[in-house]
Design a protein around this ligand. Structure first.
Ligand SMILES: Cc1cc2nc3c(=O)[nH]c(=O)nc-3n(C[C@H](O)[C@H](O)[C@H](O)COP(=O)(O)OP(=O)(O)OC[C@H]3O[C@@H](n4cnc5c(N)ncnc54)[C@H](O)[C@@H]3O)c2cc1C
Length: 469
């Protein structure tokens, strides 16, 4: 995820009444799942909705709506809540974002809609848009209303969507709404991609992903879960579908390659989170080192705190200014007691069977590298040992190159799919792409945006083809 550089550590977070207080909870599972953004009561939702100035209009959309990658009409749905119409509010949200309930929980709202709320400029706290969005959708689902649009007349074209994560779900939903016969494939036995397996449980366990998936089913999308599209199946798709949307996300975790990473107590971020979500809590001991300083690193550091670690230290080879985590994630990690060691890089993990220490090197920043950030360079003779009993590497994921390697015309750039247009069109007229596989990993709502854009691109192309037939 990209975040603006911040002049931190340094900006103190405004106190948030709803911020989760880790120290109160002693049961690790209760601690893991206590939600960062808990549900609102009717009364709270009503009062909060009244704080919204309902700014914007047909000619000047509200800043919160402009800041939302999925372009949810925030003032309209909040207006509906304020007049006691949560189902109508949910319909407005779902009209723009088929993962509206998920995004209400997992979106970095502080960086997006709430960050651009006009109340910020009047020194008031922004409207709690994320939790109002959650309220509307939870209420609608509680009333048993899936808010599925009417099935359109089939238009005769078939589209295969590979990957049932946010990008694939958004693409499949938009295409089905437009009358396409859509088949959604995923290797895993369930939908959701990283939302189901990797997003920290204090943001979202499962709800409302299952209901959101049921909406696709009701709209006529065919599911082929537990099906990995390999080279052979890909050929079959190419001959049976009019377009193929690649929404395959990223692959396994990248690793530091540090010597000693086979030691007991050294984890990689994705399996670490997957185990927590599967209630198979990893055995985290007292002193934890987290390697990396992106949003995933903040999540695993905060989860280690919840699992009972006494001292959690994030090691980052650059300085605070280059840290990729969103400011709010960093500030909340600090509030929960996480420590940060800047300009510090792991060299090896030491121990006999189990990890006992990280050998670290101090770093200094040299000339900018290809990312535009100053390259970290080891300081000679600066190595030292940091005593730990758990290490969690969280330095990002690798692209899934194998599957893509030989699709004629589909170009890759640093392992990511290279799109020719904003609709994710590739160099092969049959293939479009969306989500993390294109942008290298960002947020759920960005993946939704790209899935919707690809659906629009596929529709434009196949509509033209249908006209000339
Ligand atoms: C640890 C972690 C925490 C995160 N936390 C947040 C957060 O709090 N908020 C937020 O907004 N974002 C978060 N993100 C980012 C977010 O989860 C992703 O940006 C988003 O899920 C990307 O969606 P996608 O559909 O592109 O890919 P994915 O979610 O990765 O889905 C891709 C799907 O494609 C399937 N697939 C791949 N290859 C094949 C194949 N050959 N055949 C069949 N199926 C295949 C996979 O099984 C997978 O289900 C987090 C990411 C990580 C790693």
């Amino acid at each position: 995820m990209q975040a603006e550089p911040i002049s931190r550590g340094l900006r103190k977070a405004a106190p948030r009444p709803d911020l989760y207080e880790v120290s109160h909870l002693s049961d690790p599972w209760e601690a893991m799942t206590a939600e960062l953004k808990p549900p609102m009561s009717h009364q709270d939702a009503f009062l909060e909705a009244y704080r919204c100035l309902l700014c914007g209009g047909p000619l000047t959309p509200a800043p919160c709506m402009l800041a939302c990658p999925a372009k949810v009409d925030v003032p309209s749905f909040i207006g509906a809540i304020s007049v006691g119409q949560p189902v109508e509010a949910a319909e407005i949200i779902f009209d723009a974002n088929p993962l509206g309930g998920t995004c209400a929980r997992v979106c970095p709202t502080e960086e997006l809609c709430e960050g651009s709320c006009v109340l910020n400029s009047t020194h008031q706290r922004p409207v709690d848009i994320g939790r109002l969005q959650r309220y509307a959708i939870d209420q609608a689902f509680k009333e048993g209303d899936l808010m599925v649009p009417k099935r359109p007349q089939p238009n005769g074209s078939r589209v295969a969507v590979v990957g049932a994560g946010p990008a694939g779900i958004a693409g499949a939903f938009e295409l089905a709404k437009r009358g396409y016969k859509v088949t959604l494939f995923d290797s895993k036995p369930s939908t959701g991609g990283l939302v189901r397996s990797a997003i920290a449980p204090y943001r979202q366990l499962r709800d409302p992903l299952d209901q959101e998936t049921a909406r696709l089913w009701e709209l006529g999308v065919e599911f082929r879960l537990g099906t990995t599209i390999d080279k052979k199946l890909r050929k079959e798709l190419e001959s049976s579908y009019d377009a193929i949307l690649l929404a395959i996300g990223m692959g396994d975790d990248a690793t530091t390659g540090c010597e000693g990473n086979e030691l007991e107590g050294v984890f990689s971020s994705l399996p670490f989170i997957e185990r927590i979500k599967a209630t198979d809590l990893p055995n985290v001991k007292n002193k934890v080192a987290v390697i990396g300083a992106g949003n995933t690193a903040m999540d695993v550091a905060r989860e280690a705190v919840r699992l009972g670690a006494k001292e959690v230290t994030v090691l980052y080879r650059r300085s605070a200014e280059e840290m990729p985590a969103f400011p709010v994630e960093y500030e909340e990690a600090i509030e929960e007691g996480v420590h940060f060691a800047w300009l510090t890089n792991p060299v090896s993990y030491e121990g006999n069977g189990s990890v006992r220490a990280v050998r670290c090197s101090k770093m200094e920043l040299g000339e900018p590298d290809s990312s535009g950030r100053r390259r970290p360079v080891p300081v000679a003779g600066s190595e030292f040992l940091l005593e730990v009993d758990t290490v969690i590497e969280a330095i990002g994921q690798l692209p899934r190159k194998d599957f893509l390697a030989d699709i004629s015309g589909v170009e890759l750039e640093s392992g990511l799919i290279k799109a020719k247009t904003e609709t994710g069109e590739t160099g092969n007229p049959l293939y479009f792409a969306a989500g993390d596989a294109l942008n290298g990993g960002a947020t759920v709502v960005e993946a939704v945006k790209l899935g919707k854009a690809a659906a629009a691109g596929i529709d434009a192309k196949l509509s033209e083809l249908r006209k000339v037939k």
